[in-house]
Design a protein around this ligand. Structure first.
Ligand SMILES: [Zn+2]
Length: 305
């Protein structure tokens, strides 16, 4: 049987404005990682992708672990668990967030809904409620719209949304993310790093030239600052509207060996190098529930950002 690699991906460990975690995220994560260590063979992501590509065998039930976005609790909470269990992990980082030059719009928008001074607002022809369950649903509707915009268009639409929601206070979003010192610490502690683009852009919504420029710059910036080769990119919001043929071409042209989507599935030797598949998980939702939900197409793909 040809080798297969399942890549499991996470984001934040504990609750954020955008993505609440019920219960203890870190105990959920530890439970998941212990199960993987027991039932699968956890291998380093990049070496395993290289092996698949070159036709070298992988151990049976090979899995690799990664985290997107560079949430600070990845270092604070996930890394100690990985170290305790002796497991390798890869962190896909956004230089703009590490240097505080960009903001995580999904968190800012999540905060603006949670702290809105209005009960409901009109925005781009939609009526958006802000309180309770309806507020969460409307936040989801707004982020679906923002997600499929180019970075420039999104900036304008988000500013308009924030004006209307008129939230009180400050989101504290900077504290949610790693900085460059933290990224160095990941490397020092033996973990791997990849690119998640310069500003967490929805690549396919940008021109082919802009995609290439971003992919190249994010690789060079991470390599320059961290002094490690950057050979893998995880595409932000990596579903079909975020990854196009131009994205895959730009990935290889920008010098990456591997590109990973959030398309559900596993990888074999024939999986395209710039279109790897992953299984995105929440720390507080068990494997069985996640996999069953994904297969049935019932679980929303909020976590695919
Ligand atoms: Zn992301």
């Amino acid at each position: 049987m040809p080798s297969q690699l399942t890549v499991f991906g996470w984001h934040n460990v504990e609750s954020t404005w955008c993505f609440p975690v019920t219960g203890s995220g870190v105990s959920g994560l530890e439970r998941q990682l212990r199960q993987l260590r027991r039932y699968a063979n956890v291998v380093p992501l990049e070496q395993a992708l290289d092996a698949l590509r070159e036709g070298r065998p992988l151990p049976p039930r090979a899995v690799a672990l990664c985290w997107d976005d560079g949430y600070h609790d990845n270092l604070r909470l996930a890394v100690p668990v990985l170290e305790k269990l002796g497991l390798p992990g890869t962190f896909f980082l956004v230089p703009g967030l590490l240097s505080r030059e960009s903001r995580a719009w999904w968190e800012v928008a999540g905060w603006a809904f949670a702290r809105s001074s209005r009960d409901r607002v009109e925005w781009r022809g939609m009526r958006l409620f802000t309180r309770g369950q309806a507020g969460r649903l409307c936040y989801g509707k707004a982020s679906d719209v923002l997600r499929v915009m180019s970075a420039d268009a999104r900036e304008e639409a988000l500013a308009d949304l924030l004006d209307r929601l008129a939230p009180e206070g400050h989101p504290g979003d900077e504290d949610l993310f790693l900085d460059w010192n933290d990224a160095h610490e990941l490397i020092r502690r033996g973990f791997s790093v990849g690119s998640h683009t310069m500003r967490h852009v929805t690549l396919a919504q940008e021109s082919p030239e802009a995609q290439l420029a971003d992919l190249r710059l994010s690789r060079e910036r991470l390599e320059g600052e961290l002094d490690v080769p950057i050979r893998t990119v995880a595409y932000p919001f990596g579903q079909s509207d975020a990854v196009s043929e131009a994205t895959r071409e730009a990935t290889l042209a920008a010098g990456y060996a591997h590109g990973l989507t959030t398309e559900f599935g596993w990888n074999t030797g024939t999986t395209p190098a710039a279109h790897g598949r992953r299984v995105m998980l929440d720390p507080h939702i068990g494997f069985v529930a996640t996999l069953a939900g994904r297969v049935a197409g019932r679980l929303r793909t909020d976590r695919d950002r």
